[in-house]
Design a protein around this ligand. Sequence first.
Ligand code: ZN
Length: 73
Amino acid sequence: MSKVLRGDRNQCQGCKRFFNSTAAFDKHRTGEHGKDRRCMTEQEMTGKGMFLHEDGFWRGSRMTNQVWGEANE
Ligand SMILES: [Zn+2]
């Protein structure tokens, strides 16, 4: 599946994962800037309520996903 980045969608240059929004992207980053800033593992992400949609883009939460699902396409 090709991934088209549009709107608020983005790809992390650290872990190369795709995110459906800047908020979802911010949510998967943890630690302190200039110290131990890093990407969370998938286990940590799902533990935070994040959700990998079948389109390959991570959402900040399932509720956000539903809103986006209605807004897109
Ligand atoms: Zn990342």
